[in-house]
Design a protein around this ligand. Structure first.
Ligand SMILES: [Zn+2]
Length: 329
């Protein structure tokens, strides 16, 4: 493999060497409208306190061999980059942030009431906002998004999801930053995502089909790879959707079939998320935290015959190849 140097935008500025990278995590998941109106909720938000907690978690992650996380918190999940900037000041872990929009169904009214076919019509602002986040920076932070994110789930490609996917495709081609998705593996949802993005002229090799690792259907996973995309084996620790055993067995089997060059690893965890009760999460999902891959998953993959070279591909080489910005097309 060519050891190409990435020049990737992170919260602290462009980075040439990302090192070992978790491709789908979250620093903060926030509910701004709840916090505005019920600021005294127990999950309450204190930027400095939460930033210090998050930075401590990331620094511990660095001690476990991970150098970079990709924070896929976009509009719809409570993205607030000034808080992530404070975290980046307090830790050496690189944080790549994303732009895009997270919905399984309708668009938020700001976008849903504008654009083609909407109540009030006028131009669609989605792609314009995404491009601005990538080219100029997010809000007045100066932080540039390094990846685009879109989602569809059990409802399939709804009209709202389709508008997001088309806007993400346009912003991708206008800027050259890669795309990652949230997909619903139980309904083999990655396939229609690939089809829609391809219809907008997107090179499937610039796309990660996220949450593919929820599936144990090797034929489905190989179809996604044959179509050209990467697979996000990215919910390690969410063992109610798929067990630890199934998740590691699937990655090991796919490595054995020669697909280490097409998979990336992650947890889809949050340093802080006001939408979960942390105590309930700890009880129900004891492995759902940032250190699970380093502590539990990698040793188990090695035990099943996955080589150091394959692990390096999934944690270092593939993320670098995906995140390295290319020319618009
Ligand atoms: Zn996520």
């Amino acid at each position: 493999m060519p050891e190409r140097n990435a020049n990737v935008e992170t919260v602290a500025g462009p980075v040439a060497d990302l090192g070992a990278t978790l491709m789908h995590e979250h620093v903060f998941g926030l509910s701004p409208e709840i916090l505005w109106n019920w600021p005294d909720i127990p999950e309450g938000w204190d930027l400095e306190l939460r930033a210090r907690e998050a930075a401590d978690k990331l620094t511990e992650l660095k001690d476990h061999g991970i150098d970079t996380i990709v924070d896929l918190t976009v509009i719809g999940l409570g993205r607030y980059v000034p808080a992530v900037q404070r975290v980046a000041e307090l830790t050496e872990v690189n944080i790549v942030v994303a732009t895009g929009l997270y919905t399984y169904d309708a668009l938020p009214p700001y976008f849903g009431n504008r654009g083609p076919g909407s109540l009030f019509g006028g131009p669609d602002r989605l792609a314009e906002f995404f491009v601005r986040d990538i080219a100029e920076g997010i809000g007045d932070t100066g932080v540039k998004a390094g990846i685009l994110k879109c989602a569809s789930d059990h409802l399939g490609m709804t009209a709202g999801c389709e508008r997001v996917f088309r806007a993400v495709a346009q912003a991708h081609r206008a800027t050259g930053v890669p795309i990652t998705t949230h997909s619903h593996s139980a309904s083999r949802g990655g396939l229609e995502q690939q089809k829609l993005l391809a219809s907008e002229g997107v090179d499937p090799g610039r796309v990660v089909i996220g949450h593919a690792g929820d599936s144990t259907d090797l034929a489905y996973l190989e179809e996604l790879i044959a179509n050209g995309s990467y697979l996000g084996m990215d919910r390690f620790g969410i063992n109610t959707i798929s067990s630890f055993e199934d998740r590691v067995a699937t990655v090991a089997a796919m490595c054995e079939r020669g697909h280490a060059g097409r998979m990336v690893l992650s947890h889809d965890s949050y340093c802080f998320n006001d939408r979960f009760d942390p105590e309930v999460v700890r009880r129900r999902h004891p492995d759902y935290h940032l250190l699970h891959i380093s502590r539990d998953v990698l040793p188990e993959l090695r035990r099943r015959g996955v080589t150091e070279e394959q692990i390096h591909r999934m944690l270092v080489v593939n993320p670098r190849d995906i995140l390295t910005r290319r020319e618009p097309y």
